[in-house]
Write a protein that binds this ligand. Sequence first.
Ligand code: EPZ
Length: 422
Amino acid sequence: MDKLIVTGGFPLKGQVRISGAKNAALPLMAAAILAESPLKLTNLPALGDLLTMGRLLRFMGGQVELGRLNANEAELDLTGLARPEAPHELVKTMRASALVLGPLLARLGRAKVSLPGGCAIGVRPIDLHLKALQAMGAIFDLSGGDIVARAPEGGLQGAEIRFENVTVTGTENVMMAATLAQGRTVLANAAREPEVVDTGQALRAMGARLTGLGTDTIIIDGVSSLKGASYEVMPDRIEAGTLLAAVALAGGEITLLGFPHEALATVLAKLRATGLTLTPQGPDLVARAPATLMAADVITQPHPGFPTDMQAQFMAMMTAARGTSVITETIFENRFMHVGELRRLGANISLEGRTAVVRGVESLSGAPLTASDLRASASLVLASLAARGESQIHRVYHLDRGYEGLDRKLSSLGASIQRVKA
Ligand code: EPZ
């Protein structure tokens, strides 16, 4: 397993391009299952989770040239789909594999998907996905840890569905299933995340009929078939936010090329409150760090609120800010795995259930650290940029699942980061 060796104290400068959004690319790759001809995706990030999704689609009998993924594009041809199954060994490494369930039921009327277990940040069931698909007539049996799913004789039926809680991949899964269902499906309390909107826009390009994207009510009118299309994935707003947190902690001034301004509006407002100067320049953004960060409070919420995927990175910033920050995580029950590791750098954080109280310290000092989940590992890299001396971050495969060369991007901006191959 690779590790990163970071030496703190180097301000960032220069420019770097934002990669395509992981959490839009994953549902978009699953959407290829729905199409009667190849789906071409461009601006794909070359990162672990997409390689896993590519392996899963090939396991099913699809043609996915993974090699081209490093050229940030892929053509996905699932017309030869023969095996509508997502086995445990693939699903256990990536929960988002559940995104194939809705498309398989819509396209083939049957599926066998390993029930995703929990992961470091929480139990993360898919009960809301299953309840919604049942409302469309799907029948599920659980056998040997697999969900064995069947659509009714005449195919999935449109339905009026209200999600008890907002679920991002639940909304995407059911939205994809509804594109080929009989009649109209209304999704109430739908997720409004930009990645859900990106998925819906690609489905429209493939011939789907849907309205209400970006609102809490999405309406889909089923059609008889979808065709392939060519679609450019939106920029990754969480990578963009992570790089802003990096310059906040390391100091300096950077330009982010291809910045998703609208998708990060809430995060930008919060970062300005900590003292960052953020200046849009057309499609790009110039970010300059203040001499000292000011503490600010955060409560994570579904979009358009402050995204849970930025919570760990924001907490890293607050460990070195002046004052006290109260951070409340409302989406996942255990998304504070980074706290123990940040304390090893000298951070002063106390936990009360889903709330963390972060008292800024004068300085952090480097230490050996262990990553536990994707965004926690990002927060450890960020904090070590501001820590005196050397930090070593182990198990960086967590980072490589969700970022396209974050260490390379940071060292191109002047950070001292070295990847040591295991
Ligand atoms: C998506 O996960 C993202 N992943 C996550 O990003 C992100 O943190 C999350 O949305 C919230 O924004 C992808 O898009 C691939 P949810 P998802 O369903 O869809 C509970 C990252 O770092 N829930 O919106 O799995 C669930 O346990 C990843 O890139 C149920 O109880 O999240 C959680 O507490 C991490 N039953 C809450 O709802 C369900 O059926 C929100 O989950 C579904 C979810």
